[in-house]
Every structure is written in C-alpha cells, then in structure tokens.
Unconditional design. Structure first.
Length: 150
C-alpha cells in the first residue's frame, strides 16, 4: 500500500488540579474552541468536547504524525497558559498531571459524542471519581487509587 491511512478516535479525560471547581460555563465555549485549535495545529481534530467545573472529556481524531501523550501534553500546557489570562479567578488554574484515554471504534463515535454532550446531567448523579472507576473497570485498566487522583 503506497499510502498510510489512519483513523484513530480517542476519548480522553482529565480533571483540573485537585478537581478544583474552576471551569465556568461562560468560559467553556472559548476553552473548547482553543483546544480544537491546538488539536488542529497538531494535525488532529477535536470531534467533541464537554465537561463540568472540574474535568473535561475530549473525543479526538488522532493524527498519524503525533503520539497521544504529546498531543494531550500540548493541549493541557497551552490551554492552561491561555485560561490564566481570562481573569483573576483563573490565575491558579491547572490541570491534573495525568490523563485517561480510551480507544473508540468508528461505530462507537455517535454514542461517545452523546455521552460527552450529556456531562452535566451525568454528573448531577455521579462523582468524577466514580465515573473514572467505571471507565477503568470497563476497559480493564489496572490502577492504584493512591496515584490517580491529584
């Protein structure tokens, strides 16, 4: 095959540092647009984004030319720097050190997009930590509670 053709969807989740309730609904559209720009600058595409005051979910179509950890690092680093310019309430903003990422098949994309779109409703009933435990169990990811929450 002469071409390298890739279509890799990744559902990525990370929280604010110590799950601080700092992401306001007013800043979200601009934040997600900014993150979309970072993805595009890395030849990737932000397909869906949403979250709550203390964490975000991103569905990313990952480029064949970048590693996921490099892209997420770029997103977190640059969006954190950007959000700190948005007023005194954001001066201490930071993302958690790590992130979670889950592979998504093409047929699952609509379901994941819907899941991401319904974050506010979901978290009226479920804490972030419980949501992540559910994902870790669903994807059979071994984890140590001492190291996943920062």
């Amino acid at each position: 095959m002469a071409q390298t053709l890739v279509q890799i969807f990744v559902h990525t989740v990370f929280s604010t540092k110590n799950r601080a309730e700092i992401i306001t609904p007013e800043i979200e559209p601009e934040l997600f647009a900014y993150i979309g720009g970072i993805a595009l600058n890395n030849n990737s595409k932000l397909v869906a984004a949403n979250g709550t005051a203390n964490h975000i979910h991103l569905l990313i179509l990952l480029s064949k030319t970048i590693e996921l950890s490099e892209l997420v690092g770029d997103i977190k680093r640059n969006s954190s720097r950007w959000i700190k310019t948005k007023g005194d309430g954001f001066k201490t903003f930071g993302w958690q050190d790590g992130f979670a990422a889950f592979s998504v098949g093409q047929t699952q994309v609509p379901m994941v997009k819907e899941y991401i779109a319904n974050q506010r409703e979901k978290h009226g009933k479920q804490k972030f930590e419980d949501e992540m435990r559910m994902f870790y169990d669903k994807y059979a990811i071994e984890y140590d509670e001492r190291y996943v929450w920062d």
